[in-house]
Design a protein around this ligand. Structure first.
Ligand SMILES: Cc1cc2nc3c(=O)[nH]c(=O)nc-3n(C[C@H](O)[C@H](O)[C@H](O)COP(=O)(O)OP(=O)(O)OC[C@H]3O[C@@H](n4cnc5c(N)ncnc54)[C@H](O)[C@@H]3O)c2cc1C
Ligand SMILES: *[C@@H]1O[C@H](CO)[C@@H](O)[C@H](O)[C@H]1NC(C)=O
Ligand SMILES: *[C@@H]1O[C@H](CO)[C@@H](O)[C@H](O)[C@H]1NC(C)=O
Ligand SMILES: *[C@@H]1O[C@H](CO)[C@@H](O)[C@H](O)[C@H]1NC(C)=O
Ligand SMILES: *[C@@H]1O[C@H](CO)[C@@H](O)[C@H](O)[C@H]1NC(C)=O
Ligand SMILES: *[C@@H]1O[C@H](CO)[C@@H](O)[C@H](O)[C@H]1NC(C)=O
Ligand SMILES: *[C@@H]1O[C@H](CO)[C@@H](O)[C@H](O)[C@H]1NC(C)=O
Length: 536
């Protein structure tokens, strides 16, 4: 009855959600019974990893990996049950019982989803939190590793570094980002201009589908293996672990940072940067980080752009290179420092002067700027005219933008060499750079952040004419529900989903919908921006 109502269109939405309210109390009792009878011999072990609101540690577990409190207010719907599986049979039991009792599953690895989709749903739901699935097996000899999805990036860097200081994984800049969501959406970091995305370096995976089948690359086939490397988490099934190629880092890495305010020609320098940075050698990661500050002289606010280069090599190579390619920046001795790869990660993630053990701290709140934020992204295929940059930067002086930042990240290098269809991630050749926009606010505004969200939407609108078009591309891992979403039940038509699907995947969207139809025809794994199944 419920499923009949709910598969009908909007007219029945109210009836549908009312029936859920009544159903949810019972269905979660039934769900728990189902779990404990799924594998009777293991009933005691699964109960140790099942949390409902009556368990005292439920809230602590739920909050543990939340990185954006915009999606965690008192009004946010909470999961009926959280399961923190210890082994595959716990995952299979949770899938089986959720399906049987009409509950949705949200999968959580590191909890960094910008819109909280790994722990929030508008329908009764269960969270599978992969916190215990985080082993990292490093094979130095073959330069490979098996990494479970619940590991955080910092743990991966640390465990590889323990075994070899000249090997690493092309992971995220932020050390708390979860491997599961990160690789599922592509995943870039300091090495992506040299080695491509994290997803480009995956060679096998362990996956559980909606029927509880466990599949590796051979069993899942190349279509599904293609889809999970960038097609986004939460659409196909649960990736438990990934086999990745490791990559080489030199013993010396150089980090250079030059700060320039509007008064120091930040606008002109950013204009110039657009022509220089995408053409730098693959060994350079180049980002301009823009925010506002009270200027030291008169206390008035100004915009400050920090031009950061992370170079896989010594200063003796980087400095002449930058002086030749970008003399306007005026890089001097005080602006750079040599260090190891691991130290460069600590520095870029704001953990200077901490020992590298901080990389293992998954409870670290790696807030961009404030505990709550809204983010968006754009890809650029043409440089912005100087007047447009001026107009963009001046909006950072508005009152709503006190806690805001733009991160402008150069593409090019290896990213230009990988064909657009190689993985679902399509933002390759011809992309000059990505802009990510963030706005944050103080805790007291979290009940009504509308003015900040309006501000970032206005900036995004301003940029419309100057960014990639047809589609206006966006980065899936900077998830943005403003660009389109399913109705609450999470079932969009192909046409509705194309709206955001083409922005994230361009022409790869179609192939993703066919893969989805094959692996999960009933659309069990779904969320506000999941891939809908499409049948020929
Ligand atoms: C502070 C911060 C720093 C960041 N830095 C970077 C960066 O340097 N580079 C970059 O590319 N991105 C970065 N991101 C974005 C990040 O890559 C995405 O938010 C990513 O989805 C996070 O993965 P997660 O496992 O932590 O998130 P989660 O919230 O756990 O998951 C994200 C999505 O994937 C699904 N999912 C999670 N695990 C699995 C799984 N095992 N199988 C199937 N589906 C799964 C979830 O259901 C959800 O839909 C950053 C985000 C934040 C908040
Ligand atoms: C949560 O509470 C239930 C009921 O008391 C108990 O069976 C279960 O073991 C508890 N879960 C954990 C993880 O302790
Ligand atoms: C799952 O874990 C439990 C407890 O750790 C253990 O008793 C059981 O044998 C495990 N099952 C499998 C299939 O690994
Ligand atoms: C990498 O480091 C290992 C020791 O950790 C060393 O044996 C090996 O020669 C190094 N390889 C390169 C290419 O530097
Ligand atoms: C800014 O640019 C102008 C014109 O190119 C130049 O004269 C001036 O010295 C620059 N200022 C700084 C601080 O670099
Ligand atoms: C900047 O100035 C404002 C208002 O003058 C003040 O409230 C704020 O604390 C200052 N910020 C910093 C970082 O100094
Ligand atoms: C880190 O330590 C150095 C030397 O001990 C010190 O000069 C510097 O100010 C410290 N940096 C931070 C951000 O604490």
């Amino acid at each position: 009855m419920k499923s009949l109502y709910c598969s009908l269109p909007f007219l029945f939405v109210v009836v549908c959600s009312l029936s859920w309210v009544n159903a949810s109390a019972n269905s979660h009792e039934n769900f728990l019974d189902c779990l404990s009878s799924y594998h009777p011999q293991e009933s005691s072990s699964i109960s140790k990893v099942v949390y409902t609101e009556t368990n005292s540690s439920y809230s602590e577990i739920l909050e543990s990996s939340i990185q954006n409190y915009r999606s965690f207010t008192t009004n946010t719907p909470k999961p009926l049950v959280i399961v923190t599986p210890l082994n595959i049979s716990h995952v299979q039991a949770t899938i089986h019982c959720s399906k049987k009792h009409g509950l949705q599953i949200r999968i959580r690895s590191g909890g960094h989803d910008f819109e909280g989709l790994s722990y929030v749903s508008q329908v009764p739901f269960i969270v599978i939190d992969l916190v215990h699935f985080r082993s990292i097996d490093v094979d130095v000899e073959n330069e490979e590793a098996w990494i479970q999805s619940g590991a955080i990036t910092g743990e991966v860097y640390y465990r590889i570094n323990e075994r070899s200081t000249n090997l690493t994984f092309p992971g995220a800049v932020g050390h708390t980002v979860g491997i599961g969501g990160f690789i599922s959406g592509g995943g870039y970091g300091l090495l992506f201009r040299k080695y491509g995305l994290a997803a480009d370096n995956v060679i096998d995976a362990m996956f559980v589908d909606a029927n509880g089948r466990v599949l590796d690359r051979k069993l899942m086939g190349e279509d599904l293996f293609w889809a999970i490397r960038g097609g986004g988490g939460g659409s196909f099934g649960i990736v438990l672990s990934w086999k990745v190629k490791l990559v080489h880092v030199p013993s010396t890495v150089t980090v250079a940072a030059v700060r320039r305010t509007l008064e120091q020609n930040a606008t002109q320098l950013l204009h110039r940067w657009q022509y220089v940075a995408p053409n730098l050698p693959n060994d350079v990661y180049s980002v301009v980080s823009i925010s506002t500050t009270n200027s030291t002289e008169n206390g008035e606010r100004t915009v400050v752009a920090t031009f950061v280069s992370v170079f896989q090599g010594g200063a003796n190579e980087l400095i002449p290179l930058m002086q030749e390619r970008f003399p306007e920046l005026g890089l001097v001795r005080e602006d750079y420092i040599e260090m190891t790869w691991i130290e460069s990660i600590l520095l870029l993630t704001g953990l200077t002067n901490q020992t590298k053990e901080v990389l293992l701290d998954r409870s670290y709140k790696n807030f961009f700027l404030s505990p709550s934020f809204k983010g968006k992204s754009d890809y650029m295929r043409k440089p912005m005219p100087e007047i447009v940059i001026q107009g963009l930067l001046s909006q950072l002086l508005e009152d709503e933008a006190r806690i805001s930042t733009l991160n402008i990240i150069a593409y090019g290098g290896k990213m230009d060499e990988i064909p657009e269809t190689e993985t679902p991630f399509p933002h390759r050749k011809g992309t000059l750079y990505k802009i990510s926009y963030y706005v944050g606010w103080q805790e007291e505004d979290n009940s009504n952040p509308q003015r900040y969200i309006s501000w970032i939407r206005k900036v995004y609108k301003y940029m419309g004419p100057f960014v990639s078009k047809y589609p206006r591309e966006a980065y899936l891992n900077y998830r943005d529900l403003d660009i389109g979403r399913n109705n609450n039940e999470g079932k969009a038509s192909y046409k509705q989903a194309s709206v955001w699907g083409r922005k994230y995947f361009k022409e790869n969207f179609d192939r993703l919908t066919y893969v989805k139809a094959k692996i999960d025809p009933e659309n069990f794994f779904r969320h506000e921006q999941s891939i809908p199944p499409r049948f020929h």
